[in-house]
Design a protein around this ligand. Structure first.
Ligand SMILES: [Zn+2]
Length: 283
C-alpha cells in the first residue's frame, strides 16, 4: 500500500496561512526507513535538509530486523515510513499498519517491482529478491516515489552518466565469477552486466540444503570462482570454510552501505564504493 502525503499542502493551507507566516516554522518532517540502504535513497532524494533515520542497527542484517523501543518511537514520530515490503519486514509492516493514517511506502509495491519481476531461486522455491536498492535505475524509481510523496519535483539520485561510467569500469570483469555469502547481488548484476555469482545462502539469507552446497563447490571449482565475498553483518563460518577448501581469497562487500554517509550524494557514493569492493575480487 502506498499512502501519499498531504504534508506540504497542509503547511500552506489558506486557513493557517497567517499562523504560518507569524511563526514561520514548518512542522518537523521525519522520514523513517526500515534499512540503511533505503535511508541512503531517501536522503539523496529529499536533500540534506530533511531528517531521515533508519531502524536497522549496524550489526543487524536486513533480513532479521527487530524493533527496539526507540524504533517504535521513531515510527510514531515519522511523517513517512519506507519499507522494502511486508513480506521482507513483516514486524515493521505490522506495527505501521496498526497506526491509523500513517503514511507508508512499500518499495516492492512500486510498478517496476510488481507482478513477480526478478523472481529467482528456481521453479520450486520462488522468492522475490528483495535487494532492489542495488540496481541504481531502480533506486532512482524509489527516489522519485519518495519525492512525489512530499510533492517535490522528481530528480535522479544517481545520474545516467555516473551509472554508465561504473558500467564501463566493470566491463573487464563482466564474465568473471565469484561466491557470495547469500544471493544478494542479482539486481546489481542485472544493472551492471556482471555475474550474479554463486551464493552460499538464498536471497533471504537462509541456509540451502546439502545438495546445493555440494553443487556450489563443484560449480565454483569448475567455473573458476575468483573470490568469496563476505558481508560485515554476517560472521560467516560457511564462507570461511568454502574459501579454505577452494583456496580462494575472502573479500568484503557491504551491500547495506553501513559506512555510507546519509547525504545528498550518499547513494551515489555507496554504489561507487560497492563497485570498487566488487572489482577487488578480481584484482
Ligand atoms: Zn540480503
Amino acid at each position: 500500500m502506498v499512502l501519499w502525503l498531504p504534508l506540504l499542502s497542509n503547511a500552506v493551507s489558506t486557513e493557517d496561512a497567517s499562523v504560518s507566516i507569524q511563526t514561520n516554522v514548518m512542522p518537523e518532517l521525519l522520514v523513517i526507513t526500515s534499512i540503511k540502504p533505503l535511508a541512503l535513497i531517501a536522503q539523496a532524494a529529499l536533500g540534506d535538509s530533511m531528517n531521515v533515520e533508519f531502524l536497522q542497527s549496524a550489526n543487524q542484517s536486513a533480513h532479521d530486523l527487530t524493533l527496539s523501543a526507540s524504533a517504535l518511537d521513531k515510527i510514531h514520530r515519522a511523517s513517512l515510513i519506507v519499507l522494502v515490503g511486508d513480506q521482507f519486514e513483516p514486524r515493521v509492516a505490522k506495527v505501521v499498519e496498526g497506526i491509523p493514517g500513517k503514511a507508508l511506502l512499500q518499495v516492492l509495491d512500486l510498478p517496476i517491482f510488481g507482478g513477480g519481476v526478478d523472481v529467482h531461486e528456481g521453479m520450486h522455491q520462488q522468492t522475490v529478491d528483495p535487494h532492489v536498492w542495488l540496481n541504481p535505475y531502480s533506486a532512482n524509481v524509489i527516489g522519485h516515489a519518495i519525492q512525489s510523496a512530499f510533492g517535490v519535483s522528481q530528480r535522479d539520485i544517481i545520474s545516467d552518466s555516473q551509472i554508465e561510467a561504473l558500467k564501463k569500469n566493470l566491463e573487464p570483469v563482466g564474465t568473471l565469477d565469484y561466491i557470495s555469502h547469500h544471493a544478494v547481488l542479482g539486481h546489481f548484476a542485472k544493472a551492471f552486466n556482471v555475474s550474479a555469482g554463486m551464493p552460499i545462502r538464498d536471497s533471504n539469507g537462509g541456509h540451502k540444503g546439502a545438495r546445493s552446497q555440494f553443487l556450489l563447490r563443484k560449480a565454483a571449482y569448475n567455473g573458476g570462482a575468483q573470490c568469496v565475498f563476505v558481508e560485515p553483518q554476517y560472521a560467516d563460518k560457511d564462507a570461511l570454510v568454502i574459501a579454505g577448501e577452494l583456496n580462494l581469497p575472502l573479500r568484503t562487500i557491504d551491500p547495506q552501505g553501513i559506512d555510507a554517509p546519509l547525504t545528498e550524494n550518499g547513494y551515489a557514493q555507496f554504489i561507487q564504493t560497492l563497485v570498487v569492493q566488487f572489482q577487488a575480487c578480481f584484482a
